[in-house]
Design a protein around this ligand. Structure first.
Ligand code: SF4
Length: 625
């Protein structure tokens, strides 16, 4: 039985551009339906459109949405408020922003019970005065809900505030709030994107269990193919506001049809693609409403021909429940002929013979970074946080060491301690045979050019008031590298070429670039001072899978060309599989396992590494047609 039916839904901007353009799908009771696609494809706008929560400037412009045979568009705003959080609930990507910081989690769950739960029993009750948590039965129900979502010591924690919960626990509270209204449909918008892989596994398993118990339908919005592979029954792939492919999970992963879906799969890093360039999707999702004629994917599709630019592809039904929007699958002969043409992956030559290991560049022995815990008016030291606690590792020239582990395990602190941006408490850091700990500021400055850092967030790490040329020149000037200004300009042009950016980019500001281009600028900035070692702190975790592929390709080719060494800090094990030669697994400030990528990922010895690997969603993709 269908819980949700969406037919030809349209949402548009005031200027007439369609953000969501005629999408249709159904979700049955107990079913998980995934909407997949890059950022800017219209996935979240679809969810907000279903909830009738579109932001200012966007309006619903057609189509129908019915939830258990109730046409949502026909409801008044007052009636719709009773549906939101009741029959239809939503959880968001960032639980920290969705919870009220000045109410306890119990009060927030009680509010939902008050509005939608069993306490209302169909009566039109006034708002609760005083706090509904004090009422008999409500507090008990809140505790039960927190226990149901796996929050330990729920009777105590029901009285705590959101800031006292970790990211994963906050997401559990959000789920408890959603379940309080006994929803028939749960919309989960990137529910685990902000979480570590182990917490992600717990939250997804919790959602699956809840679904099994209650028969709730779920709309799962994500750009993570692994999450889709492990959780969805059926999948729709969205591109530029349209659904371009829809199929069961097994059909889609077994035989992706649309060139966009195939490209998304080919952009995924893993160890089987180690010797190949990842197939990055060139360009980005077109601005909304910019392509009115022809296929919206045509500018990025390497199988496009004239017809694709002239004629908008129709929806072609391939089988029951399976369809695709692409001329290749049109019933006529022109489409069939083109379908036979395949795609080619560029092969990289990798020089990594185990018999000729390169010399060591960085050696770290027993490194410790302890932070004092201070208390009271006198700020007396009452203890220590051991952020990094006796770490030893080695990075060889031209090789990549991946440092993996969950948030808070000390990876970033270790990276900063290697650069001496944080003063280590004890231990040794030898770079190119020279001890860095204890060097004075001037001596350290001369070493800094050889060790550079690339940060996670390309939006926050570039000065918005400086043009790209100034950003790249700043480090060279500070470290007196590159001769005079004219010579530096030549060097900047060369860096832009290397990093796949147009030379004209140097006269533009960071806000004029996409996320992937900004990360290229950040990499160019790091390379400007001719480093030997790059410390990359989660450089792709804020990026879509297709942009991630571009950055990984760039890092790999720069390593081959310039002989760079990388310390790659990440919690994405697929990236590790693809890029790393050696791996260190960190847990609570210590390295719990280290070895070659094949050893650690192929046959882990440590229990924590095994847990980490088991939590990663797996994808099995067959050859596309
Ligand atoms: Fe590519 Fe043409 Fe199909 Fe669009 S219609 S996805 S351009 S082959």
């Amino acid at each position: 039985m269908s819980i949700l039916k969406v037919d030809n839904l349209v949402a548009r901007l005031r200027n007439g551009a369609h953000i969501v353009d005629g999408i249709s799908f159904e979700i049955a009771a107990g079913e998980t339906f995934a909407l997949l696609g890059e950022s800017g494809c219209g996935k979240s706008m679809t969810a907000l459109s279903l909830m009738r929560l579109l932001p200012d400037g966007v309006e619903n412009a057609g189509g129908s949405v019915s939830l258990q045979d109730t046409a949502l568009q026909q409801l008044s705003e007052r009636e719709m408020r009773a549906v939101r959080g009741g029959t239809m609930a939503m959880i968001f990507q960032e639980p920290g922003l969705s919870l009220n910081p000045v109410m306890t989690v119990g009060e927030q769950i009680a509010e939902v019970l008050e509005l939608h739960g069993e306490r209302r029993n169909g009566k039109n009750l006034p708002p609760s005065q005083p706090s509904p948590l004090k009422e008999e039965g409500v507090a008990q129900r809140c505790i039960e809900l927190l226990e149901q979502v796996g929050i330990p010591d729920a009777a105590r924690r029901v009285h705590e505030y959101p800031f006292q919960f970790s990211g994963g626990m906050k997401q559990r509270v959000m789920i408890a709030m959603a379940l309080a209204g006994k929803p028939k449909l749960l919309i989960a918008d990137e529910p685990t994107t902000a979480l570590d892989v182990t917490i992600q596994a717990q939250v997804l398993s919790l959602l699956r269990d809840t679904q099994q118990q209650s028969g709730m339908a779920m709309l799962l919005i994500t750009h993570d193919l692994g999450v889709v592979a492990e959780n969805a029954h059926r999948v729709a792939v969205m591109y530029a506001g349209e659904i371009v492919e829809q199929a069961s999970r097994d059909e889609l992963f077994g035989r992706p049809l649309h060139p966009y879906t195939q490209k998304l799969f080919a952009a995924l890093p893993d160890e089987t693609r180690r010797d190949h360039q990842l197939t990055a999707i060139p360009g980005s999702v077109p601005p909304l409403g910019s392509i009115t004629n022809g296929c919206r994917f045509a500018p990025r599709c390497d199988r496009a021909w004239e017809r694709c630019h002239e004629q908008t592809p129709e929806w072609t039904v391939m089988a029951v429940g399976q369809g695709v929007r692409c001329h290749l699958y049109a019933a006529d002969a022109a489409g069939r002929e083109k379908k036979e043409e395949g795609r080619v992956e560029a092969k990289l030559s990798i020089s990594s013979s185990p018999f000729s290991l390169p010399p060591s560049l960085l050696q770290v022995e027993n490194l410790k970074v302890h932070f004092p815990i201070r208390k009271g008016i006198m700020q007396r030291v009452v203890g220590q946080v051991k952020a990094v606690d006796g770490v030893s590792l080695e990075i060889k020239q031209g090789r990549t060491l991946a440092l993996v582990g969950e948030s808070g395990c000390g990876k970033t602190t270790l990276g900063k301690a290697l650069l001496q941006l944080i003063k280590p408490t004890a231990g040794s850091v030898r770079f190119a045979e020279q001890e860095l700990i204890g060097l004075d500021a001037q001596a350290l400055r001369s070493k800094r050019s050889a060790m550079q850092m690339v940060f996670q967030d390309p939006y926050a790490s570039l000065n918005p008031k400086m043009r790209v040329a100034e950003i790249l020149e700043e480090g060279m000037t500070a470290l007196a590298i590159g001769g005079n200004s004219a010579a530096r300009q030549v060097h900047i042009d060369d860096l832009l070429d290397k990093c796949g950016l147009a030379r004209s980019a140097k006269w533009r500001y960071p806000h004029e670039f996409s996320g992937g281009q900004r990360q290229r600028i950040a990499i160019a900035r790091a390379l400007a001072v001719s480093p030997k070692l790059l410390i990359c702190d989660e450089p792709t975790s804020a990026l879509d899978v297709s942009v991630q592929a571009q950055i990984l390709n760039l890092l790999k080719s720069l390593q081959q060309e310039l002989g760079l060494s990388y310390l790659f800090i990440t919690h994405n094990l697929a990236v590790v599989d693809y890029l790393a030669h050696e791996v260190c697994v960190m847990y609570q400030g210590k390295v719990v396992e280290r070895g070659t990528a094949e050893q650690v990922l192929g046959s882990p010895k440590n229990e924590y590494t095994k847990t980490l690997l088991a939590a990663v969603p797996r994808i099995h993709i067959q050859q596309p047609v």
